[in-house]
Design a protein around this ligand. Structure first.
Ligand SMILES: Nc1ncnc2c1ncn2[C@@H]1O[C@H](COP(=O)(O)OP(=O)(O)OP(=O)(O)O)[C@@H](O)[C@H]1O
Ligand SMILES: [Mg+2]
Length: 224
């Protein structure tokens, strides 16, 4: 099995106000094409772990590999490039740029990567919107669409650079059950049709049960 992501003996402490051992000897890997979920009580360390796995937080002990490449110890500049190219991230809140159009929001990470021409990027962004059934929103301002639509735009944006893995921190946490199910079906389709790997933090047991694997966190440990 090819590992997209591998965590080796990850430990993290928050040092202020007092030393707090928040992540304890985390070891696991996500295989290519695997749709996994992370569950655990509030405060168990899920978001803290996801920030490390997505290379946004570099203050930890242990090793992190992405596509068998060690990313621990790389400079912030290198990490920003690796992240933009290999990791898609969806949050509970979408963080779209309100004044920009839907299409422009989706195009941004590809512009930042700077590999393709603007017209190629536009073409790709449009096909991502199409895949998520929201191509009719392309020219609307991001502030003028519904919550469920915004989350689908955020997913399109996360996919624009064809990442190896899509990570989400409660991406359905802010949605009603209809839109949450819609997002779940999109994730499932991405796995089945595109072979995408997914790692999604969720509080929704019904969602988690239908993923390939539930990773459970308790008190900073991975259990099971
Ligand atoms: N910057 C920080 N400094 C000190 N402690 C922190 C900091 N950020 C988080 N914590 C603590 O670390 C623990 C893990 O937090 P984390 O946000 O990872 O939990 P979580 O599992 O994502 O919870 P939730 O389900 O509520 O989102 C909590 O006890 C939290 O209070
Ligand atoms: Mg959290």
């Amino acid at each position: 099995m090819k590992a997209v992501l591998k965590a080796e003996n990850i430990n993290k402490h928050f040092k202020k106000p007092v030393d707090f051992h928040v992540l304890k000897d985390i070891n696991f890997q996500i295989n290519s094409g695997e749709f996994s979920s992370i569950m655990g009580k509030s405060g168990s360390g899920k978001s803290t772990l996801l920030y490390i796995l997505s290379t946004m937080d570099t203050d930890y002990e242990g090793k992190l590999f992405l596509n068998n490449q060690l990313v621990t110890g790389k400079s912030h500049q290198e990490l920003s490039k690796i992240r933009n190219e290999h990791i898609g991230f969806v949050f509970q809140f979408h963080y779209l740029l309100a004044e920009f159009s839907v299409l422009e929001n989706v195009m941004l990470p590809a512009k930042k990567l700077g590999r393709l021409s603007t017209s190629e990027i536009e073409h790709n962004a449009f096909s991502k919107l199409k895949m998520l059934n929201i191509e009719q929103l392309a020219n609307k301002r991001a502030s003028r669409i519904s919550g469920g639509e915004k989350q689908r735009v955020a997913i399109a944006r996360a996919l624009i650079n064809s990442p190896s893995i899509l990570m989400g921190d409660e991406p359905t946490g802010n949605l009603d059950s209809y839109n949450a199910e819609n997002v779940f079906q999109i994730f499932k389709r991405l796995k089945e049709e595109e072979g995408l790997s997914l790692l999604i933090v969720t509080h929704d047991l019904d969602f988690a049960k239908r993923t390939d694997r539930i990773i459970e966190m308790e008190d900073g440990y991975l259990v099971k």
